[in-house]
Design a protein around this ligand. Structure first.
Ligand code: COA
Length: 313
């Protein structure tokens, strides 16, 4: 199956840092509770002047700066997000303008919640197969802080803002395997879009936790089996950064060393569609993921949705 080459990545988060202690002044919680239950230490929140498009644009610029390409050869721009600044136009159209990309480009937003970046890779690969141009720009960007119920300690402590970007081209010499799924469920995680009042994220924590730890190991086994390889052939796992306990449980279930699983949720918390994008970019910058490696990306979240892909870096 024709693979993809991730030429360059970038990630960006707003300057404002919100620590667990900061949150303990807003809701009845403690640093000890948040750290022990989630592994999260801080998160970044947008301030005046920051928004979904500014985050997405900065992450994209960082990726483009690392790649020596003609930006007129970018034929597709997809922003995975559920927290766009406008219902229309899409964040992707605004980022196209900000980056000065050419007009003959397909631009749209994709909403698959926390599976957004993984669904985005599959979508981008399909778009590039149809495209007359060589490159695709995929961004996961979220400004979730504006969608949080800051009176609900069970959810507001979990999320942060940020964006990650990847510049992608097709590559016949790289392998590619993907598995996706969806089980429609409004109750477990939702964020209403009510014209009369701004929607806030609602999450059933325990049900979400159970969904994650039961779904993700099966998902990873399935994509590895489909690729015709063993778990041991995966050099690094970059999973959605929802909770360190979830990642640990997945590693334990798969009997894989925890050290193979990248985590940066202590710095960014859960950035939904940006989570895997930021983690991948951060993992590459830190040398955790290296060229030539086989990397498994896995996302899961509201929908409910889930997806995993194995790429050759
Ligand atoms: N600080 C202090 N106490 C808190 C708290 C907080 N921030 N949030 C909840 N609690 C309390 C609850 O009120 C409850 O108190 P009670 O026993 O007096 O009723 C107690 O802690 C246990 O709550 P529970 O929901 O069982 O905690 P938990 O161990 O399941 O941890 C989550 C809660 C949210 C951290 C955990 O369920 C989780 O990570 N779920 C998955 C989240 C996720 O992946 N979301 C993104 C999906 S894309």
């Amino acid at each position: 199956m024709k693979g993809i080459h991730i030429l360059a990545t970038g990630h960006f988060a707003p300057d404002k840092i919100v620590t667990n202690d900061d949150l303990s002044k807003i809701v009845d919680t403690t640093d000890e509770w948040i750290t022990s239950r989630t592994g999260m230490k801080k998160r970044h929140f947008c301030e005046a002047g920051d928004n979904n498009v500014t985050l997405a644009t900065e992450a994209a610029k960082m990726a483009l700066d690392k790649a020596d390409i003609d930006i007129n050869e970018i034929g597709a721009l997809v922003v995975s997000t559920f927290s766009g600044d406008y219902l229309v136009p899409s964040a992707a159209c605004q980022v196209q303008q900000e980056l000065g990309l050419s007009d003959d480009i397909i631009c749209f937003d994709l909403n698959a919640a926390c599976s957004g970046f993984v669904f985005g890779i599959e979508t981008m690969r399909g778009l590039l197969m149809q495209s007359e141009k060589r490159y695709g720009l995929l961004i996961g960007s979220e400004c979730i802080s504006r969608r949080l119920d800051m009176t609900d300690r069970g959810s507001c402590i979990l999320f942060g803002d940020g964006a990650g970007a990847a510049l992608i081209e097709l590559d016949e010499n790289r392998s590619y395997t993907s598995v996706y799924g969806c089980h429609g469920d409004l109750a477990v995680i939702n964020c209403p879009n009510d014209a009369n009042k701004p929607g806030r994220v609602h999450m059933e924590g325990q049900a979400t936790y159970k969904f994650a730890v039961s779904t993700v190991p099966k998902l990873i086994k399935k994509v590895v089996e489909k690729a015709g390889i063993e778990l041991e052939a995966i050099d690094a796992y970059v999973c959605h950064q929802a909770n360190a306990r979830i990642v640990d449980a997945v590693a334990k279930h798969l009997k894989q060393p925890k050290e193979k699983f990248f985590m940066n949720l202590d710095e960014y918390a859960n950035t939904s569609a940006a989570s895997v994008a930021i983690a991948l970019s951060d993992a590459i910058d830190k040398g955790f993921c290296k060229p030539g490696q086989k990397v498994l990306l896995a996302g899961f979240g509201a929908g409910k949705t889930w997806g995993a892909i194995i790429v050759d870096l």
